[in-house]
Ligand binder design. Sequence first.
Ligand SMILES: [Zn+2]
Length: 466
Amino acid sequence: MRKMPVAAPTITSLFTHRDYLRLFTAQVSALFGTGLTTVALGLLAYELAGADAAAVLGTALTIKMMVYVTVAPIVAAYAHRFPRRLFLVGLNTIRAGVVLALPFIDQIWQIYVLIAVLQTASAAFTPTYQAVIPDILPDERDYTRALSAAQLAATMETLLSPMLAAAALSVISFHWLFVGTAVGFAISAVLVITTRIPDVGAITEGTFRDRIAVGMRIFAATPRLRGLLGLNLVVAAAGSVIMVNTVNYVRDTLGGTQSGVAMLLAANGFGTLIIALSLPRVIDRLGARPVMVAGAATLVVGLGSAVALSIADAGEWRWGAAVAVWAVVGAGTAAVLTPTGQVLRRSSQPADRPALFAAQFSLSHLAWLITYPIAGWLTTAAGFTTTWVTLAVIAGAGITVALRTWPRHDPAELTHLHEVGTIDPARLADAVRVAERLYQHTHEFVIDAEHRRWPTRAAGQPAMVG
Ligand SMILES: [Zn+2]
C-alpha cells in the first residue's frame, strides 16, 4: 500500500538545488513584476477612463483570463519543441518590453492590445516553466514540493505586490511602477540564462490536454474537489471587487488619491499575510475543510459588508470601514487558498499530481473569467451596490456547493469493493473476498485508473468501485 504524506512537506530543502533556486527566483521576480503591473494598470486605467475605469480593468483582466485559458494549454503542448531556455528568456524580454511601453499609452484600446501581448507571454511562460521543473528535479517528491512552492509564491505575490506598490507610490508616481516591473522581468531573464535547462524533457507525460483530461476526471469524481470548485468561485467573486473596483471606489466614492488606492490594496494584502502566516498550525489541527469553509464564509460576509458600505451615507468613517472590509477579504482569501495545495495532494496519486494542479490552474481561471466581467461591466452600468450584491449571490452559491458536495466527515481511508478483473490482483493482496467475484479492502482512497468512482455508502454497505 502506498502511503501518501498528508502534512505539508518542507519546501526549504528544495532550495539547496542550485538550478531550481535560480529558476524559482526567476519565477518570483516575474510574478512580482506582474503584480506591480496590476496596481499600476489600475491607476493608468483611471487616468484614461475616470469613472469607467472599472469597465477598462474588467475588460483587461477578462482578456488576461481568456488568454490564460486558451494559450497556456496550446503552448504547453508544443513548448518541448523549442529550445526552452531561449524561449523563457524571450518571453521575459517581451514582457519587459510591453511593460516599458505602458506608461506611453494614451488610448484605452492600446491597454487591451498590450495586455493581450503581455499575458500571452505570461501564459506561455507558466506551463513551460512547469514542464522544465521535473527535468531539473527528477525526484517526484521534490517535484511535488516545487508545485507547492510555486503556489505559495503566487499567493505571496498577490499580497506583497500591493504593499510594495503602496510603499513605492508614497515617493514616486505610478508610471515608475512599470519600470520596477520591467526590472523584475529583466532579473528573471538573467536568472533563466544562467540556469542549466535540458532542452528535451526526459519524461514524456502526455500533452497538456491529456493531463487536463486526467485532472478534470479526478476533479469531477472527488467530492472534496467538487467542493473546491465552489470555493474557487467564492474567491474569484470577492477578489474581483478588490482587483477591479478598488480604484473607482477610492477615487470616486471616497475621494482619495492614488496612495489611497494602494493603501486599500495593502490592507487586503495585510489580511492575507496575517492569515497565511498563522494558518499552517491551525490546518494541522483542524484539517483543511473547516479552515477553507470559514474562509469562504468570511468572504461572503466581506462582500455583504461591501454592499452595506456602498449604500452607507458619506463620512470619513467609511475609510476605516473600507480598510477593514478589504483586509477581511484578504484574510478570507488566504484561508481558502493556503490549504488548496494540501487538498490537491491528498486527492491524487503522485503521478497524477501535475495533472491535478494543472486542472486547478484552469478551473480557478475559469472562475475569474466569470467574475471579472461582472465586476467590470456591471459596475459601470449599474453601480457598486447592484454589482456587489450579484457577486455576493455568486459567492453564496459557491459556498453552498462546497458545503453540499464536500462531506464534513472526510476520512483518508475508505472501505470499498472491487470486482475481479477490474484491478491488478497484486493490489488486492490484503482484500477480503465477500462474494463470488467481489473483494473488499480499505486504504487511503484517491481517484486513479483502478478507482474511477468515489465509493458511496448505500445502507451501510461499502460501494463498488470500477
Ligand atoms: Zn481499492
